[in-house]
Ligand binder design. Structure first.
Ligand code: GLU
Length: 415
C-alpha cells in the first residue's frame, strides 16, 4: 500500500531527523503538528443567486525563527491534513534557504476554474474577512500558491486595508503585483530557483547541462518559469504536461512559442509539431532529468520503478511518496527534495517583505542575483551533508532544517 498521507509521511521524516540529531522527543512533539490552525467556511453568493460554502484552513506551524509565512492554495482536493503538511514544509524550506521566517499555509477547498472573476474576487475578500485576525506583518505573511496569483493577493490586500483603516499593509502579503509593492522577479522566482538547482544537480551527477534532456510535469507558474529559464540557458526541455495531457518534442520545445500557445488555448496540448503523451508517460520518459511541478504523490513506487531519468528535482511540494523515494534511492537516482528545490518563491517573498518594510525597491538583477546565490548555497550545503552522513538529500535537508529550528526553539526556552 502506497503511503499518500502527506502529514504522516512528513512526520516520519521529522521523527528520523530528530533521532539522527540526538534531539529530545519534545522537539518532535512540537514539530509534528502545527501550533494552531483556524478553520472557516467561506460564503460566496454565486452569480446564479445561490450561496455556496467553501471550507478553508490556515495552519500556523512554527514561528521560532520568525513570522509565519506561506501561501494560500485554492484546490478542490485540499483538506486539513494536507494544509498541515504544507505548513510543516514551509517551516523546513525557510530554514533550508535561511530566511528569518516560520511556516504556515492556507487552503480553500474550491475549484477556481468553476468561478467567474466576480465570484473569485468575492472568495478572496471573504477569505480575508475570516482570517484577518490570524495574519499580520510581523505575525503571518501569506502569498500565492497553487491556483492563486498576484490579482488575488491584490484583492486580499485591499480587503485587509479596508478592514484596518487603510493602514500601510503592503508587507502583509507577498507575491503582489509590481504596481502594489511587489518585488522584481517574484513571479519567476520559484521556477528560476528550481532550474538553478536542477543545473547544480546535473553537474554533481557529471551531466553536462547543455547535453541534458529535461521533462517537466505541470505548466502552471512554477513549471512555466522553470522551462523558460532552462531553455534560456540552452538546456533542452523535451516534454511538458498539464492537467489535460502532455507533449513531446525529442529535440527540445520552443518554450516561448509554447507559452504563447498556452496563452491562446489554455493548455499545452496540441502544440504544433509535438507528439501527445500522458502524464505517466512523461514521468517515465527516456530523459536525464524529470521535474514534477504539479501536485503531490505523483512519483509512486511503480512510477519510480519505470523512471529512466537519473535526476529528479521536486518543484511541486510532496510529489514523491516514501515508497517512490525508496525505489529511486535503490536505483541510485538523485532526488532533490521540494524543501531544497522550490524555496526560490518564498525566498523572493522574503525580499519583497524586506523591500516593503523599507519602502525601497531593488532592481531585478539584485533580486535575481541574491536568489541564485541563496539557491546554490542551500543545494551545496545539503548535498555535502548528504555525502558526509551517507543519506539521501531529503534526509540531509530535514536534518539541516530541524537542527536550525530546534536551536531557535531551545534558545526561546520552548524545550
Ligand atoms: N507557495 C509558495 C511555496 O510553497 C511560496 C510561499 C511564500 O512565498 O510565502 O513555497
Amino acid at each position: 500500500m502506497e503511503s499518500t498521507n502527506l502529514l504522516r509521511n512528513t512526520q516520519e521524516e521529522l521523527r528520523q531527523a530528530v533521532a539522527a540529531l540526538g534531539l529530545p522527543d519534545e522537539v518532535y512533539d512540537i514539530l509534528a503538528e502545527p501550533r494552531r490552525m483556524l478553520e472557516a467556511h467561506l460564503l460566496v453568493r454565486r452569480d446564479d443567486g445561490r450561496t455556496v460554502r467553501y471550507p478553508a484552513w490556515r495552519a500556523h506551524h512554527n514561528n521560532a525563527r520568525g513570522p509565519y509565512k506561506g501561501g494560500i492554495r485554492f484546490h478542490p482536493g485540499v483538506n486539513a491534513d494536507e494544509v498541515k503538511a504544507l505548513a510543516v514544509w514551509m517551516t523546513l524550506k525557510n530554514a533550508v534557504i535561511d530566511i528569518p521566517m516560520g511556516g504556515a499555509k492556507a487552503g480553500v477547498a474550491v475549484d477556481p476554474s468553476d468561478l467567474s472573476p466576480r465570484e473569485l474576487e468575492t472568495l478572496a475578500r471573504e477569505f480575508i474577512r475570516e482570517f484577518a485576525s490570524f495574519i499580520g506583518v510581523d505575525r503571518d505573511v501569506p502569498a500565492p500558491d497553487v491556483n492563486t496569483n498576484e490579482q488575488i493577493m491584490a484583492w486580499m490586500m485591499d480587503e485587509y486595508a479596508r478592514m484596518h483603516d487603510d493602514a500601510d499593509i503592503f508587507a502583509i502579503f507577498t507575491g503582489k503585483p509590481l504596481a502594489l509593492g511587489g518585488s522584481q522577479d517574484r513571479l519567476e522566482a520559484t521556477g528560476q530557483g528550481v532550474a538553478i538547482v536542477a543545473e547544480a544537480a546535473m553537474r554533481r551527477r557529471g551531466l553536462a547541462p547543455r547535453a541534458a534532456r529535461v521533462a517537466i510535469q505541470g505548466f502552471g507558474n512554477v513549471g512555466t518559469h522553470t522551462a523558460r529559464y532552462l531553455a534560456g540557458r540552452g538546456i533542452a526541455v523535451v516534454a511538458v504536461s498539464d492537467v489535460r495531457g502532455g507533449i513531446l518534442h525529442p529535440r527540445g520545445l520552443d518554450v516561448e512559442a509554447l507559452v504563447a500557445h498556452v496563452r491562446r488555448t489554455g493548455s499545452v496540448v496540441d502544440f504544433p509539431g509535438t507528439t501527445p503523451l500522458t502524464n505517466e508517460e512523461l514521468l517515465t520518459l527516456d530523459v536525464d532529468v524529470v521535474i514534477p511541478a504539479a501536485l503531490e504523490n505523483q512519483v509512486t513506487e511503480s512510477v519510480a520503478g519505470a523512471m529512466r531519468a537519473t535526476v529528479v528535482v521536486e518543484a511541486a511540494n510532496g510529489p514523491t511518496t516514501p515508497e517512490g523515494q525508496a525505489e529511486l534511492d535503490r536505483r541510485g537516482v538523485l532526488v532533490v527534495p521540494d524543501i531544497v528545490a522550490n524555496p526560490g518563491g518564498v525566498y523572493v517573498s522574503y525580499l519583497e517583505w524586506v523591500q516593503n518594510r523599507h519602502g525601497y525597491y531593488w532592481p531585478r538583477e539584485d533580486v535575481a542575483g541574491r536568489l541564485a546565490a541563496a539557491m546554490e548555497r542551500a543545494f551545496d550545503t545539503v548535498y555535502e551533508l548528504a555525502q558526509e552522513h551517507g543519506t539521501n538529500l531529503r534526509q540531509a535537508a530535514y536534518r539541516l532544517a530541524v537542527g536550525k529550528v530546534a536551536e531557535a526553539m531551545r534558545l526561546r526556552g520552548w524545550y
